[in-house]
Design a protein. Structure first.
Length: 158
């Protein structure tokens, strides 16, 4: 498994950031390689299931992402957890903490590549560098999107 972590400051309140990361209709707007949702079951709260296509190294793969946790803490921070299945199964967590009028966000991403030695070698040589870059770029895209106020309201879910 590969494990990636990034912390960055986003100059919006926790609630504004939470509204975007909760909304599956927004994810493709900032997550590198992600298609618009093909099907959404739920509103982004725990229990929500989202089907989409991911483009990695020129290969399109069907993925399913589930919202597992949405916790609003007494100190004003929030914690999120999503799990996904498909060609590179794993999980993603976010901790959003109010700081200096904005939000300090720490995001962790862990994924695995199927296979034994060959899969692990492919991950090390090809995929890990690309996944790290896409992960970091996705978080920078999110930062720009919410700071510039270009997010759109949630669409109806099926």
């Amino acid at each position: 498994m590969a494990h990636l972590t990034q912390t960055l400051f986003i100059n919006v309140p926790v609630g504004e950031l939470d509204a975007v990361v909760k909304d599956p209709q927004q994810w493709a707007r900032f997550w590198v390689g992600m298609s618009e949702p093909e099907r959404v079951f739920g509103d982004g709260s725990p229990g929500t299931k989202v089907e989409f296509t991911m483009l990695v190294l020129g290969v399109r793969t069907h993925m399913i992402e589930r919202t597992i946790e949405e916790r609003h803490n007494e100190d004003g921070s929030t914690d999120w957890r999503w799990e996904f299945e498909g060609a590179t199964p794993g999980w993603l967590t976010c901790h959003h903490e109010p700081k200096e009028g904005g939000t300090e966000t720490t995001t962790e991403f862990e994924y695995s590549v199927p296979g034994s030695v060959v899969g692990k070698a492919a991950d090390r040589l090809l995929l890990e560098k690309r996944m790290r870059r896409d992960f970091e770029n996705s978080l920078e895209n999110l930062k720009l999107m919410v700071e510039l106020g270009v997010s759109t309201p949630a669409k109806a879910t099926t």
